[in-house]
Design a protein around this ligand. Structure first.
Ligand SMILES: C[S@@+](CC[C@H](N)C(=O)[O-])C[C@H]1O[C@@H](n2cnc3c(N)ncnc32)[C@H](O)[C@@H]1O
Ligand code: SF4
Length: 364
C-alpha cells in the first residue's frame, strides 16, 4: 500500500531553455481529456492506495490546469488522504493571483512550490522564463496572504553569466520574502535543451562550489535548516513528499511519463501525451516500461538518497555499502560520522557528497 502519490500535469506555455522534463507545449485544448485520463488511472490503481500522507502535483505547470480542474482531481483524491496530509502543488508565478491561490487552497492544496529560479532580469532572460521578478515577488506574497501551511520557492545557481553580486541579490530577495522553504538547485544542462544547443559556457566548478557554500551559509544565517543537499526549511516546513523519496519509500505516480516504485518494482508511464490519452481511452491503463529492482539497486539507491539528508542513514535498513572499508577512511578524513549502525555525512562531507558516494558505492 502506498502512502505517497505524485500526479504529473505536463502542460506549459513554452519550454524554458534549460528544461528537460516531460512537458507539453501548445496542447491546452487537451487539459480536460488529460484530467479525465488521470482520474481513470487513479481509479484503476485504487487497490494499491493506503492512507496518503503526501500528494504532489508536479509538472509541467500544474497551475495551467486552473483551479477548477485541480479541484476536480482533488475531489477524487480526498477520500484517500490521511488526516493532516500534505498536498503540494508546483506553481509558475505568472499563472497565479490572489483569487487563484484562494481557490487552490479551498480545493485542498496545503503547500505551494513557486518556480522563481532568480530575481535577476538578465538571468531570467538566459533561462527563457516567462515570469518577471516582480511577478515572482507578487506570487509569493499573495500565496503567503492566502494562508497555505507552507510556501516554498525554487531557485537556480550556476546560470551562465551569473555573478557573485547577482547571487547575493537573489539570497537577499529570498530572505526578505521570508518563505518557509527553499529549493536551490545547481543548473544542469540537460540533453536536447536550448541551452545545450546554444553551447553557452557554465560558470566554472570553483565558482559553483563557492556559490553553493555561500547559499548554505546565508540561508542558515536566516534561520533555514539545510536538511537536504539542495533544500532548506524553517522548522517544521520540510517537504514531507520529497522526504519520502529520499527515504526510498514506495510511491505511485500518475500521468504521462510518471514513475512509480512499489514493492521492488519500478514502472514508467509512456511519455507521449497522445499515446497516453489513447491508451487511457482504449484500455483504461497507460503503456508502461517495468523493471524489477534488484537488491543491489535498492541498496545503492538507499545510500545515494539517504546521504543527501542531514539525519543519519540506518545501515541495518539500507544494507552495507559496496566498499565497507571506505567508511573508516572517510570517518578519519572527517567526511562522515559512524555511530553504531548509523551513518551521516559531516558538514564538510556534504559539500563533496558525490566524491564520498563514489568511494562507498559502485555505480553502474
Ligand atoms: C518540475 S520543475 C518545474 C516547476 C515549474 N514548472 C517551474 O518552471 O517553475 C521543478 C524545479 O526543478 C528545477 N529544475 C528544472 N530544470 C532544471 C535543470 N536543468 N537543472 C537544475 N534544476 C532544474 C527548477 O528549479 C524547477 O523550479
Ligand atoms: S521549467 Fe517549468 S515552466 Fe519551464 S518548461 Fe519546464 S516545467 Fe515548464
Amino acid at each position: 500500500m502506498v502512502r505517497h502519490l505524485y500526479v504529473h500535469l505536463p502542460f506549459c506555455a513554452s519550454r524554458c531553455g534549460y528544461c528537460g522534463f516531460v512537458v507539453e507545449v501548445g496542447a491546452l485544448d487537451r487539459r480536460d481529456a488529460y484530467l479525465d485520463a488521470v482520474r481513470v488511472e487513479l481509479g484503476a490503481e485504487r487497490a494499491c492506495l493506503g492512507a496518503l500522507e503526501t500528494v504532489y502535483l508536479g509538472g509541467g505547470t500544474p497551475t495551467l490546469m486552473r483551479p477548477h480542474r485541480i479541484a476536480t482531481l482533488l475531489e477524487d483524491v480526498a477520500p484517500h488522504l490521511a488526516p493532516g496530509a500534505e498536498v503540494s502543488m508546483e506553481a509558475n508565478p505568472e499563472t497565479v493571483d490572489r483569487a487563484a491561490w484562494d481557490r487552490y487552497r479551498a480545493a485542498g492544496i496545503t503547500r505551494v512550490s513557486i518556480g522563481a529560479q532568480s530575481f535577476q532580469p538578465e538571468l531570467l532572460a538566459v533561462l527563457d522564463r516567462r515570469a518577471t521578478a516582480d511577478q515572482v515577488r507578487r506570487a509569493v506574497a499573495c500565496a503567503q496572504e492566502a494562508g497555505f501551511a507552507s510556501v516554498s520557492i525554487d531557485l537556480l545557481f550556476g546560470v551562465p553569466g551569473q555573478t557573485a553580486a547577482q547571487l547575493a541579490a537573489d539570497i537577499a530577495e529570498v530572505a526578505a520574502l521570508g518563505v518557509d522553504h527553499v529549493s536551490w538547485y545547481e543548473l544542469e544542462i540537460k540533453p536536447d535543451t536550448a541551452l545545450e544547443r546554444m553551447g553557452v559556457p557554465l560558470p566554472d566548478e570553483d565558482w559553483g562550489a563557492d556559490a553553493y557554500e555561500t547559499i548554505v551559509a546565508e540561508l542558515e544565517r536566516h534561520g533555514y535548516r539545510w536538511y537536504e543537499t539542495a533544500n532548506f526549511a524553517r522548522p517544521g516546513h520540510e517537504c514531507r513528499h520529497s522526504l519520502a523519496y529520499w527515504e526510498a519509500r514506495d510511491y505511485l505516480g500518475l500521468g504521462v511519463g510518471a514513475v512509480s516504485t512499489i514493492d521492488g518494482v519500478r514502472w514508467r508511464n509512456r511519455s507521449a501525451l497522445g499515446g497516453y490519452l489513447g491508451d487511457m481511452a482504449s484500455r483504461g491503463r497507460p503503456g508502461r516500461t517495468e523493471e524489477a529492482l534488484e537488491d543491489a539497486v535498492r541498496r545503492r539507491e538507499r545510500w545515494m538518497l539517504g546521504l543527501r539528508l542531514d539525519r543519519p542513514l540506518d545501515t541495518v535498513w539500507a544494507g552495507p555499502p559496496d566498499h565497507p572499508d571506505a567508511l573508516a577512511r572517510l570517518a578519519d578524513g572527517g567526511l562522515l560520522e559512524v555511530s553504531g549502525s548509523r551513518v551521516v555525512l559531516t558538514r564538510r562531507g556534504r559539500f563533496v557528497q558525490n566524491a564520498v558516494l563514489h568511494q562507498l558505492m559502485e555505480f553502474v
